[in-house]
Design a protein around this ligand. Structure first.
Ligand code: ASC
Length: 150
């Protein structure tokens, strides 16, 4: 019994130590989750793009707030590409699972660009934002082109 409790305690400690490791009851929950995080990311990324491209007045505080949300969202979808989530209401291509290492590299690249974008947005000048926005958008597009159905 003592041993059982120590196993339970260990599992609990692992669970609590990995809050970003999303766990899903059903594959469709994971699909909904990753789509939701991409959608929220896109909404806030789009506002940064509008500022960087002059379609919306630049405001340093708004830019920093949007970039922070993008940076948090960018960490979330990846845990939701687990087993069984290749089928269903998703545009994810099978290559995501067939080329898992390449897909992870692309996801890591995007996150690295988003970290730079967040730093640039916090710098509080539009030129820094413009410099970081292009490569960040390109890293989004690279994945869409390779891994998302039209
Ligand atoms: C956006 C958005 C994306 C990226 C991508 C860049 O604003 O929603 O997914 O930029 O289109 O090419």
């Amino acid at each position: 019994m003592k041993q059982t409790w120590s196993i339970v305690a260990t599992l609990l400690a692992i669970t609590l130590a990995t809050p970003t490791q999303a766990q899903f009851a059903k594959p469709e929950d994971a699909i909904k989750y990753r789509k939701a995080s991409f959608n929220v990311m896109a909404a806030h990324f789009g506002r940064l793009g509008a500022m960087a491209n002059g379609r919306m007045p630049y405001d340093a505080k708004t830019a920093a707030e949007n970039a922070e949300i993008v940076a948090v969202m960018a960490k979330l979808p990846w845990a939701a590409f687990g087993e069984g989530t290749d089928k269903g209401d998703t545009r994810a291509k099978p290559e995501i699972w067939k080329e898992a290492v390449k897909y992870k590299d692309a996801a890591d690249k995007m996150q690295a660009e988003i970290v730079k974008l967040n730093t640039a947005a916090k710098a509080g000048n539009i030129d820094a934002l413009k410099v970081a926005f292009g490569p960040a958008a390109a890293s989004c597009k690279a994945c869409h082109d390779a891994y998302r159905k039209d």
